[in-house]
Every structure is written in C-alpha cells, then in structure tokens.
Design a protein around this ligand. Sequence first.
Ligand code: PLP
Length: 491
Amino acid sequence: MIHRPQSQHPAASSEAGWPSRLLGDVTPQAFAKAVSRVGDSQQQKPMQRAVQVIDAAGAAALRNMGVPAKGRPLNDVLTQLLEDIHPWRAKMDHPRFFAFIPGPASPLSALGELATAMHNAHAGSWLQSSGASAIEMGLIEWLASRVGLPATAGGLFVSGGSMANLTALTVARDQKLAPHERSIAVAYVSEQTHSSVAKGLKIIGFLPDQIRRMPTDDAFAMDMAALACAMEQDRAAGLKPFVVIASAGTTNTGSVDPLRAIRALCDQHGLWMHVDGAYGASAALSPAHRGLLDGIGEADSLSWDAHKWLFQTYGCGMVLMRHREHLPQSFHTRPEYLRDAQTDADQVNHWDLGAELTRPARAMKLWLTLQVLGSQAMGDAIAHGCQLAQWAEDELRQHAGWDVVSPAQLAIVTFRMTQPGLSPEDTDALNRAISRRALEDGFAAVLTTQLKGRTVLRICAIHPDATELDMRETIRRLDAYGRESAMALTL
Ligand SMILES: Cc1ncc(COP(=O)(O)O)c(C=O)c1O
C-alpha cells in the first residue's frame, strides 16, 4: 500500500500555492493557459526543413535582446520563445529525422519533467526526496533486471550517456587500480566506440596513449584477436590493462561487440568490463530484439540513455552497476553539513552515488511515461525502429547502384551510392551531395558518416510514428538526388 503524507498546517498565504512574488503579474489561470499553449505547440507540423540554423543577424538580435528591468507579458515572451527561438533547431523529434541519434521524446516525458520541475524535488538525498528516491531505486532495479544484471545491481540517473560513461569509468579506475598504477594503466576501446569514452578517460586523468583503439571486423564489432593480442603486448611491456569498453549499439552502425567473449577475456586477465549501451540497451525492452544484446548482463557497469531510445526529453540517462556498493565506494563523501541527511539501510542518498550533489529527479519522467504506456507499448515502439531500418534496407536493395555498407542493425542502416567510373573520392563527394540535397528538400533528414575511411549515408530510424511509406519514399528520393548529382559529377 502506498502512503500519502497528511497536511498538518494551513496553506501558505500565496493564492497560487507557490511563490507569487516569483510569478510577477501572472495569475495562476494565465499560467495554466500558458502551460496548455506550450503543450499544443508540441503538435507535429509537416517538416519544412529538417535543420534550420539562424543567420548571423538573427543570432545577434537574439543575443542582444538583454533583460528588461520591468517584466513583459507572459504571452508575448512565450510567443517569442515558441516562434522566434525554438524553430531555429534541428527537428530531432520529427518522424523523418533520421540523422544523429534522433530525439523522438514522448509528450508524457515532457509532462513528467514539468510535474517534477513544478515541485522542484531535490533528488540528492533521501531526506529531501524520499518518494522520488524510492522511485529512482525501483526503476534502476527494474531496468537492471531487464538487461539481466543480478539482484546485487544498482545505479543512478545521470544527465546522459557521456556522464554515465564518465561515472562508470571512474568506478572502474577505483576498483581496478591502486593509485600508483594509474600512470601505467591501459583502457581498450574499438575504433567505433563513442568519443565520450575517451573524453571521460581524459577527464579522470588518463593520457591519450593509455587508450588502445581496437580494429573492428566486417560487422564493425570489436576484433577479439586484436584485443587479446594488445593485452598481451601491454602486459609484456609492464603496463596494467584495467578496463575494456564494449559497445552495445555503436553510434555509427548499431553494432554490438562480442560481449560474452569480452567478458571471458576480462575475467581471464582481471579487467573491468564496461558496456556502453547508451544507444542500444533499450532493445532489451523488446522481447524480439533483446537477444541481439546477448551477454549485456555480464557487464560490471552499463551506460543506458533514456533520452535516446526510451523516448525521454534530454537530460535523462542511467549508469548501472553489477554491484551497487561500487558507486558509493567512489563517490561517497561525508561533510559535516550533510550529516543530518544520513540514511538507514534500504534508503539511499543519491548524491553519494555520483558526481552531482543537487540533482533533479530525472527518473520521474521515465517513470510517468512507463506507468502510462506500460512496458509492452514501450517494447513495441522500440521494435518498430528496427522494422523501419529493415524497410529502408529492403528498398535500397531494390535500386541499382547502392551498396549496403552495414545492414539494418538496432534501427541503423548505412549505405553508399556508387557509380561506374567514379573514383572513391568522387563517390564520397556524391554521397555528401545526396545528403545536402536531402536537407535542402526537407522531406527527410539523412546525414553522412565515415566508415573505414569512406563517406557513407546513415539512417537511424527510431521514431515510433514513422511509417513504411516514410521510409521507402525517403530512399526513393535519395536515389533520385543521387542520380541527379551523379550526372553533375560525371559531366
Ligand atoms: C553509443 C553512445 N555512447 C554515448 C553517447 C553520449 O551520450 P550523451 O549524448 O547522452 O552524452 C552517445 C550519443 O550519441 C552514443 O551514441
């Protein structure tokens, strides 16, 4: 049974129930109307241009707007925000935005964020937010169980994948290295590992030559023979291998490294195994796709972003640990001014588990989304992304002149138009031209990336509202832009 606290004192004098002095002239009714206006503005409009970047004069006007001594009407300010500022962005949440990792956030997540912000819960300690802290603990346990981590697992919500990686790597360092070993330590990544890993290693004190970038195989997954060999060489040179960072869903191709083989090698040599599942771990919620992540539950630590494929607004990621006590062993501090907030067993001060002291209750928006949608609908929405990428691949294979560079994998497919007689460099230029044309046309956003030194087009299709027609028409248009651009190049 869930308990509700009783009110013991009369409401504060403010009519609104929150500080009226900080509301200016805005009445609670006007405030509520503004909230509903923001909600309405979320309605999808047809995509005009996928990416709209403000020009220099426009940026200067915004930058120099200044701050008025006397406040302006809420409606005017809101109009400016909704019509003059936010349209200058990439439409990461449009169903046909297939670039980067799209951000198709559920409006339920935005609502959860608003509700949490209105109560301004301080999710640092149990004393300050016992309700939200209990939800955070429960959600972390549920997520850990979805990927097959044991009951010893724990973790916390952080701002995203970069912070999750940084947090986990700090723990790996502390668990595996004595202080005097830090200068001889070596970390292993693949050439497809996300750049936030090297950044995190740098922040916690490692030099670039302490990171080994392993080659990848034809499926862009870590080459195990190369990894074993590099470890042997480093040991022989008197160095101390301490962590392998495996990817469960690389950013470029959605590839999953051989997680069980990496676990076995880590066990053999006493290394920490971190899995960066910032993008791909969400596939664990789709019964049809969780098998693709085989071995993910063997990790010592795992990064997982809810603001990617769990449809949350930005600023919502998780770091999970196989053993929950490892986080406080790295992050616990006990200054005198925080001692009143000590916890009993079964309670947690989340400020002891990570770098942040004051932190928002990031778990609440994911909680609200999952409670309203249910885990099945969430799993179906994730599965749909994998299907979309399959449709894209299928359509590509029906048009001559396209190489599928990496097949549909965790909702990502990469491909490249080739034309007889074009040099590799001209082929790179052709594929860049196709992407530029797509952005100009605005029907769908498709950008390029580099694989094995060559430019390829990349689709990451995780929007649950994108349709088969959207996908096939996108490929047909890319094909048409390609043929036009190829003619210009070969003339
Ligand atoms: C595999 C992977 N890891 C880490 C990150 C970094 O996550 P964030 O942008 O949330 O910091 C990304 C971002 O795209 C990613 O794809």
